[in-house]
Write a protein of this length. Sequence first.
Length: 156
Amino acid sequence: MRKETIPVLMSYTIGGETCDLDAILKAIYEDIGEAAERIPPWIGWLGYQKAKAGERVVNSKFRLKNAEATEYVALKNGGLISKGYGEKITEAACERCIFLSPEVKAASEAYAKAEKDYEWLKHSIEALLSKMELVRSSEATRRAESENDRTKGTVT
């Protein structure tokens, strides 16, 4: 059987607490009890971090819209010409030039980072839930095989 390379997942550190997702997902749990003891606390912790990340998404989206509006008003009030973006102040020119503002660029990058963090947390939780289900399913399969082995050879 060919052994495939499994990528190492990054750890997530917040407030001094580090979640080593790679170690949690690659750990071999002997039974569902062991997995149920170790995985749910991390799901809860990541869920809380996901909620905080969702808040950052909303706030950073607001800051982006605010930066765009501020820049639009500045361009519309003569900034377009004074910055050398054109000779005529038009709606289309102002809308296109908004994105040249360093404040808008920074706000856009912060918004993208917040969305990335949120998605990473969401998918990390899904991966941990899948690991729990895999352990549960594997244990059920082992039990069924064990039952079959015990009942083989017995006359009923």
